[in-house]
Design a protein around this ligand. Structure first.
Ligand code: MN
Length: 451
């Protein structure tokens, strides 16, 4: 059954590949539109690299989200083939009205519409495959060029999967199939190791403090604790992980496993890459940092092979972003969350804290800096509205908590909007309704837990 679904998806992707090859043969410039997160940039990277290898011109735009006015504008552009990556499945009808060929390679929920023959739609949901865990946008993009003999580009699909949090506990479903392509192509390797970040670019204490996932409670987000931890073991905190002797690595491994056993496991890498990019999860964090700082071109040019200066700029952006998260976690430790009976929330008017509120709320839970027995709600004020991100634990979800539903129901009272998953959700409501919103969410969570 699973194989049959996979087969249908691959068939559809091969149709997209035929369309792309037709336009390559016609020597056209191909229009690519993709999403601004690590997955979207990886999706663009797959296609851009494939077209570059075929000496085909392309024009890429990376955007935060597709909107009707953007679609209208694109529609006036004179290209024979538009390819939408990591987006588009929600706008089938609008994109079907283009006069040229259109390919959508996406993995988000699909709209209910049957497109005509000029639109080729590649999306796992069409074939009963779960796009939230088994295939990312870069994966759909990869499958759409795979048939041109591009297995050596499979690793970009894995980078995208890490970006969308699909590979952290191993790859499943069609992601596993793509991993096998990478292994067969010979450039992807798997080995066991410590899942620390920036092993060859930062001093060891920073590698520990910057490792947010898997979290190292006590060390994640805390430079001083990380230094003390290393000193106690007799390790020099200022050197890089890659400069440690084998024996020192073993000592470190044993101590870190005591804090979180998940810190040791499979590492997916492309050994022939630049040393800052060999670890595919790390690669996705670098693209994420580019995306978060609106340097989409930078992320894309790195994935097209630009090094030296471009990579240094990206590493600086990443360092700056991580320092903001550290600052945020320090703030949580100092101030703590505001507690209601069934939820806790974080609120600040500080510009930096505002920008990382959702992420620090989430890390606050995974490092147990925050009370893990209450969902946490991070709030940042825009002008007249507040942006809300909520996170909770698998344990609370098992007890009945559904944040997506709580936010959806609560925001309806204030002409706001909200929703998401049971474990993580978001909402936007007017600023003046903040206290009311929180009280209603508190009541809904109480109800969810007691019914
Ligand atoms: Mn995606």
């Amino acid at each position: 059954m699973t194989h049959k679904k996979q087969h249908s998806l691959l068939n559809r992707a091969d149709e997209a590949c035929d369309v792309i090859q037709k336009h390559i043969k016609n020597d056209e410039t191909i229009r690519i539109i993709s999403h601004n997160d690590a997955d979207g940039i990886s999706a663009a990277a797959v296609l851009a690299n494939a077209l570059k290898e075929e000496n085909t011109q392309f024009h890429t735009t990376i955007i935060p989200r597709l909107r009707p006015d953007i679609i209208d504008e694109l529609k006036t552009e004179r290209y024979e083939l538009f390819i939408f990556l990591d987006m588009g499945s929600a706008y089938l009808k609008e994109l079907d009205s283009f006069k040229s060929d259109v390919i959508i390679a996406d993995h988000h929920q699909i709209s209910d519409y049957n497109p005509g023959k000029h639109l080729t739609h590649v999306n796992p949901h069409l074939f009963g495959i779960d796009g939230s865990k088994d295939l990312c946008g870069a994966g759909s993009s990869y499958l759409s060029i795979r048939n041109m003999g591009k297995e050596h580009l499979a690793y970009f699909a894995l980078i995208g999967a890490f970006g969308d949090m699909q590979g952290q506990n191993g790859f499943t479903g069609i992601n596993k199939f793509i991993l096998d392509d990478g292994l067969n192509a010979g450039n992807v390797e798997i080995h066991e190791g410590l899942k620390l970040v920036s092993k060859s670019s930062e001093p060891l204490f920073k590698s520990l403090a910057y490792t947010f996932s898997p979290a190292l409670p006590g060390l994640t987000g805390d430079f001083e604790e990380s230094m003390g931890f290393l000193e106690k073991m007799g390790l020099s905190y200022g050197i890089k992980f890659t400069d440690l002797e084998g024996e020192e690595r073993d000592i470190l491994k044993d101590e870190l496993i005591k804090i979180n056993p998940n810190i040791f496991g499979d590492i997916y890498s492309v050994p022939k890459e630049n040393k800052f990019l060999t670890d595919l999860e790390e690669y996705s964090y670098i693209l994420d940092a580019c995306g978060k700082n609106k340097k989409f071109g930078l992320g894309l040019s790195i994935s097209l092979g630009e090094r030296e200066k471009a990579l240094n700029v990206a590493l600086d952006l990443q360092r700056k972003y991580r320092d903001q998260l550290v600052k945020g976690l320090e703030w949580i430790k100092k101030e703590g969350a505001v507690n209601l009976d069934y939820i806790q929330y974080l609120y600040s008017e500080d510009k930096v804290l505002k920008s990382v509120m959702g992420t620090i709320a989430s890390i606050g839970i995974s490092t147990s800096i925050l009370d893990v027995n209450k969902p946490v709600i991070g709030i940042s004020r825009l002008v007249n509205d507040i942006k809300i991100s909520g996170r909770t634990t698998r344990e609370l979800v098992d007890k009945g908590v559904n944040l997506g539903k709580a936010f959806d129901d609560a925001s309806k009272n204030f002409s706001g909007q909200g929703g998401g998953h049971d474990i993580a959700a978001g909402a936007m409501v007017p600023y003046e309704s903040m206290d009311n919103f929180l009280n209603i969410v508190n009541d809904i969570i109480e109800h969810q837990l007691n019914n």
